[in-house]
Design a protein around this ligand. Structure first.
Ligand code: DO4
Ligand code: MG
Length: 283
């Protein structure tokens, strides 16, 4: 089932029907056994017509986040390892990416506080002090406070390749700035973990023309979702749960950089499509 967070209330979609749910977002998504709980309460919820559900979602959709921190995993796909080794060749850091790909401990980094997160149809920003900017489409986990993966959403880990490539120690500046993360459009809560054959697609349009499109499936990932969640929760508590982006599987060619006005669409089978327009932070 899918949970759409609205400015007032939540739309729950299941088996082609929509329901209105009045529940505080953080306490709902952090409930242990979220899927069985939602299945149990569905018969008591008011049904929304398809038109009403679409109108609510179009008018007041929010990113599916409350008080959670957003974290990210890095170099979990060969494609990310290759791209990062290329961009850091001059700084001498290429070896770091090679080693972290093969290491037992994954790379995990802090990505965003909730106010830096954009939702579906909102703007993501590129930095003015960066000459090489890319989106990173990533399966994103919602992990509850007990460390259990309860749901999934689509994530975009916006990144500056010029800043990260200049010096690997600049990673926080390459990754963390206003509107540098997007998640949405909904929180997908399945009865079973998502299939390893799930496909992630990304397309980028400029001036009404598609300038990039590619896709791959999550079975190319080197690590498992439970492994990443286990490392994140080793010595950190998350009272409201957390979001964890699981690493990029697609990187546009090295001569590509985002421009203001570009439209990024990321589609993950079963979850939906996350669309964001690229902009600079207003001065
Ligand atoms: O190692 C730096 C960041 C890697 C990353 O964001 C990714 O692989 O998705
Ligand atoms: Mg990433």
């Amino acid at each position: 089932m899918k949970l759409y967070k609205l400015s007032a209330g939540i739309v729950l979609q299941h088996n082609y029907a929509s329901y209105l749910l009045q529940y505080e977002w953080d306490s709902l998504i952090n409930r242990e056994g979220l899927y069985p709980y939602l299945s149990e309460i569905i018969p008591e919820l008011p049904i929304l017509s398809e038109e009403m559900a679409t109108a609510h979602i179009n008018e007041s959709l929010q990113p599916p986040i409350g008080r959670q921190e957003v974290w990210a995993a890095g170099v979990t796909y060969l494609r990310s390892r290759q791209a990062r080794m290329e961009e850091s060749a001059d700084s001498g850091a290429a070896d770091l990416y090679d080693k972290v790909y093969a290491a037992e401990r994954p790379e995990l980094f802090f990505k965003a506080t909730p106010h830096r997160v954009a939702g579906h149809n909102q703007q993501v920003y590129i930095r003015r002090d960066s000459s090489w900017n890319v989106p990173e489409p990533e399966m994103t986990l919602f992990i509850n406070s007990k460390g259990n993966i309860q749901g999934y959403t689509i994530g975009n880990d916006m990144s500056s390749r010029s800043i990260e490539g200049e010096n690997a120690l600049y990673l926080p500046q390459a990754k963390i700035y206003e509107q540098s993360a997007a998640i949405g459009p909904c929180l997908y809560v399945p009865g079973e973990p998502v299939s390893a054959d799930t496909v992630i697609k990304m397309s980028i349009s400029r001036d009404d023309s598609e300038i990039y499109r590619d896709e791959t499936s999550i079975n190319r990932m080197k690590r498992s979702f439970t492994e990443l969640a286990g490392y994140l929760y080793r010595e950190c508590d998350f009272p409201d749960g957390s979001f964890l982006m699981t690493g990029t599987c697609l990187v546009p060619p090295n001569d590509f950089t985002l421009q203001q006005g570009d439209i990024i669409s990321i589609d993950i089978g079963g979850i939906g499509t996350l669309v964001n327009t690229v902009s600079f932070k207003p001065l």
